[in-house]
Design a protein around this ligand. Structure first.
Ligand code: NAD
Length: 479
């Protein structure tokens, strides 16, 4: 295999790790598959445990200076990184489509979102807060950095989920070791190249693994905090592994978000929005609509509309301008979604899609399933793919109970014409975020956190920044 492989667009690039400010080859290399063909896209550097140790040691050493660097200087560094990403945004977008599969316009949207996230954090502050001031005493609360942060990310939104961690961690004065998912390491490595020129050595490091180094990172005695996004199953392992060192921990995990449709909606309008909320990124979104509950009177019409939308969707290579939905990101996920299709055929009525596309790559036709029981796998588990079950309800209280009957509690949506009634229903959905008459809006200044086994600890907003700090009280006698 070439050490300097060609990408699909014909450019040549050597993707290397970033350790202590230097771009270095890996102890071995990793094959990266492009999901639109299932074929090799390129190879990149893969780290071993010695390189992981070097990255953590570099971050630990860099922390000594970075943590006392004035916040204004750290802020300016983030702005420069955002500017550099902006200048190279089309390169990042194309690489993201090649490694992740999403349509190029969506990849450009993710790159734009990642840049917006950095700029939003760069504009935030961690000002000392005077909790009490009397003639006798002054009590001040500070937010001080923690140390080395491990940023572990999944493959569905490799860039934006990285920035949600890296930008606040660096602004607060921490240093970072990032570890992307093994099937989407390239945009993170390219981001490392940008940072190599703009940050002091060791402040930001990137290692790549093949699902074998995460545990070493989360257990490492010199890592102070783990910021993890991934599945609930892995989140449980991460939580167990940080216990030995009592690290700070943020877990953004899986979801099985429901859309509750009330009986006063315009079915055509709402169906289009629900479809979009379920199928964006080929359904590979933690907060995607993964179940729909529709009142008896609207059930036939809603199912029919969703089926029409699914049948009309153009599925294909994300690099084709006409493509509206790309492939599943990797083979494991593709096989998993095919199992959900089998379950759908067995336990429900498939009214659109229902099969993998007969072509190379990891393509699944957008699928709508009706008349499926609440205990089918497709309803109970996180499908993380373009297969949407639609259930009927007669009684709203009963529907809310069915929605809440899950270990997950990430998000959800309510669709209704009466705002007060929709708000009341939203209050009763047991999850961290509920949207009403819209979906998947995640403003960088609004905190986002899961309930139940969808995780804990906020990302984004001031809370998301303070998650990368320790509250410190200075209690001073006067006079
Ligand atoms: P995953 O849990 O398999 O992997 C996530 C990351 O964890 C990868 O970088 C992986 O290499 C790493 N990892 C694997 N084993 C590890 C271990 N033992 N210790 C530490 N790290 C380890 O998840 P995935 O399949 O990449 O992503 C899909 C999942 O992520 C879905 O469940 C989805 O809902 C969830 N997700 C959640 C959010 C959110 O914000 N809540 C956002 C996106 C995705």
């Amino acid at each position: 295999m070439s050490a300097n492989p060609k990408l699909m667009n014909g450019t040549t690039h050597d993707f290397r790790l970033l350790i202590n400010g230097r771009l270095v080859s890996g102890a071995s290399s990793l094959e990266v598959i492009t999901p639109a063909t299932g074929k090799l896209l390129t190879t990149c550097a893969r780290a071993d445990t010695a390189q992981l140790d070097q990255a953590v040691a570099a971050a630990k050493e860099a922390y000594v200076k970075w943590s006392v660097t004035p916040i204004e200087v750290r802020r300016q560094a983030l702005v420069k990184i955002a500017d550099a990403l902006t200048a190279r945004s089309s390169e990042f977008a194309r690489l993201l489509t090649e490694e992740q599969g999403k349509p190029l316009a969506h990849a450009a949207g993710e790159v734009g979102g990642a840049i917006a996230m950095i700029r939003a954090f760069a504009a935030m502050d961690l000002k000392p807060k005077i909790l009490r001031e009397t003639d006798a005493e002054r009590i001040v609360q500070l937010h001080v950095p923690l140390g080395v942060v491990a940023a572990i990310t999944p493959w569905n939104f490799p860039l934006v989920l990285l920035m949600i961690k890296v930008a606040p961690a660096l602004l607060a004065g921490n240093t970072v070791v990032a570890k992307p998912a093994p099937t989407t390491p390239l945009t993170t490595l390219l981001f490392g190249e940008v940072c190599a020129e703009l940050l002091p050595p060791g402040v930001f490091n990137v290692i790549v693994d093949q699902n074998d180094l995460g545990g070493f990172l989360t257990q490492h005695p010199d890592v102070a905090k783990v910021a993890f996004t991934g599945s609930t199953a892995t989140g449980r392992k991460v939580m167990a592994s940080v216990a030995g060192t009592l690290k700070r921990l943020t877990l953004e995990l899986g979801g099985n978000d429901a859309a509750i449709v009330l009986d006063d909606v315009n079915v055509k309008e709402v169906a289009a929005k629900i479809y979009q909320g379920a199928m964006v990124n080929s359904g590979q979104v933690c907060l995607a609509i993964k179940r729909v509950y529709v009142p008896d009177a609207l059930y036939e019409a809603m199912c029919a509309e969703l089926a029409v939308l699914a049948a009309a969707t153009v599925v294909g290579d994300g690099l084709d301008a006409a493509t509206e939905m790309g492939p599943l990101q990797n083979k494991v996920q593709y096989e998993k979604v095919k199992e959900f299709l089998d379950d759908a055929w067995q336990h429900g009525k498939v009214i659109a899609g229902g099969r993998a596309l007969d072509r190379e790559g990891y393509f699944i036709a957008p699928t709508i399933v009706r008349d499926i029981s609440d205990d089918a796998r497709l309803v109970r588990e996180e499908q993380f793919g373009p297969v949407l079950p639609v259930m009927k309800y007669t009684d709203l209280d009963d529907a809310i109970a069915r929605v809440n009957d899950t270990e997950y509690g990430l998000g959800g949506t309510v669709w209704g014409a009466d705002p007060a009634r929709a708000f009341d229903v939203a209050q009763r959905v047991a999850s961290g975020t509920v949207w009403i008459n819209k979906h998947l809006e995640l403003p960088p200044d609004i905190p986002f956190a899961g309930a139940k086994q969808s995780g804990f600890g906020a990302e984004m907003g001031q809370e998301g920044l303070e998650e990368f700090t320790q509250s410190k009280i200075i209690n001073m006698a006067k006079g």
